[in-house]
Design a protein around this ligand. Structure first.
Ligand code: NDP
Length: 262
C-alpha cells in the first residue's frame, strides 16, 4: 500500500489553537488542496485560531486550493458520536483521510504512588478515551482503499515517550499512565483493523517548546531551553505520518520518532 498522498487530503487535527496542533495545521495548509478540520476547545479559542489562521504566512502561506475549517470540540470528556457529528457535520466533510489526535491534557507528573484519582480520571479521559471515541465516531468516514495505489486511512495519536512502559526515565504520573493506555489503544486499532487498511500510529513529538513541554520541564526541574522547536517537531512528525504504511508500523517495527508500543 502506498503512503498518504500529500495532495487532496482531508486532515483533522485536535487541539489546534496552539503548540504542536497549530504548527501541524499551518504546515498542512501549505500542502496543495488540503482540507484541514482544526478543532479548539471552546468558542474563544476557536475565534483565536481563526484569527491566527487568517494571518498565516509562516512557515509558508496557504497553498492554492487548501482551506481550514475551525470547529469547537471540547475533549474534557470523551465526545459521543452525536456530539462529533454536530461539531463536524457531513456537510462539512464526508470523509477524513488522516485523523490526528493531538490535544493532550497535562496533570501533575508525580510518582504514580502519589497520583490523585481526579488527575488520573482527567488524564485518561482526554488523553486516552477521547481519542478512541473520536476514532469511533469518525470511523464511517475513514475511507477503506479499494485499490492498491490508494492511500490508506491513518489515525495518528500524539503520545509521549513518558507513556513507554519499558523505559521510564522520569515520573510521568497520571499523564504517563494515560499515554501508555493511548499507546495500547493505538496498537490495538492497528491490529484489529487490517481489513479496513487502517494505519494507526502513536507518535512521540520530541521535547518541544510549547506550554505542555514547559510544564513537564518545570515539574522535572529542567533548566535551560527545550531541545525541539514546534517547526522542527512538526517536520519530523509529518515525515513519519506521510511514510507510515500498514507494513512499517506492524509487528515490532515502528517508524523513527514513534513511541514504543510496549
Ligand atoms: P500545548 O499545551 O501547547 O497544547 C495542548 C493542546 O491540547 C491545546 O490546544 C489545548 O487546548 C488542547 N487541549 C487540552 N485539553 C483539552 C480539552 N480538554 N479539550 C480540548 N482540547 C484540549 O502542548 P503541545 O502542543 O506540546 O501538546 C500537543 C500534544 O503533544 C499533547 O498530546 C502532548 O501530550 C504531546 N506531547 C508534547 C510534548 C512536548 O514536549 N511539548 C512531549 C510529548 C508529548 P486549550 O488551549 O484549550 O487548553
Amino acid at each position: 500500500m502506498t503512503s498518504t498522498s500529500p495532495t487532496n487530503t482531508v486532515y483533522l487535527v485536535t487541539g489546534a489553537n496552539r503548540g504542536l496542533g497549530l504548527g501541524l495545521v499551518k504546515a498542512l495548509l501549505a500542502r496543495p488542496q488540503a482540507t484541514v478540520i482544526a478543532t479548539a476547545r471552546n468558542d474563544e479559542t476557536a475565534a483565536g485560531l481563526r484569527q491566527d489562521l487568517s494571518q498565516t504566512t509562516t512557515p509558508t502561506p496557504v497553498a492554492n486550493g487548501s482551506r481550514a475549517e475551525v470547529v469547537v470540540l471540547d475533549l474534557s470528556t470523551a465526545p459521543t458520536p452525536e456530539q462529533v457529528l454536530a461539531a463536524i457535520p457531513l456537510t462539512l466533510v464526508d470523509r477524513v483521510d488522516v485523523l490526528i489526535s493531538n490535544a493532550g491534557r497535562m496533570v501533575p507528573m508525580l510518582p504514580i504512588a502519589d497520583a490523585a484519582a481526579p488527575d488520573l480520571r482527567a488524564a485518561f479521559e482526554t488523553n486516552a478515551i477521547a481519542p478512541l471515541a473520536l476514532f469511533q465516531a469518525l470511523r464511517p468516514r475513514l475511507s477503506t482503499p479499494s485499490r492498491q495505489d490508494q492511500a490508506p486511512p491513518k489515525v495518528i495519536m500524539v503520545s509521549s515517550s513518558v507513556g513507554c512502559i519499558t523505559q521510564q526515565e522520569a515520573p510521568g504520573g497520571a499523564y504517563g499512565a494515560s499515554k501508555a493506555a493511548l499507546n495500547w489503544i493505538t496498537r490495538a486499532l492497528h491490529n484489529e483493523n487490517e481489513s479496513a487498511g487502517l494505519v494507526a500510529v502513536a507518535l512521540h513529538p520530541g521535547w518541544v517548546r510549547t506550554r505542555a513541554g514547559e510544564h513537564a520541564a518545570s515539574e522535572w526541574g529542567f533548566e535551560g531551553e527545550l531541545p525541539e522547536t514546534v517547526e522542527g517537531s512538526v517536520r519530523g512528525m509529518l515525515e513519519v505520518i506521510d511514510g507510515a504504511t500498514r507494513e512499517n508500523v506492524s509487528g515490532n517495527l515502528t517508524p523513527p520518532g514513534t513511541t514504543k508500543p510496549d
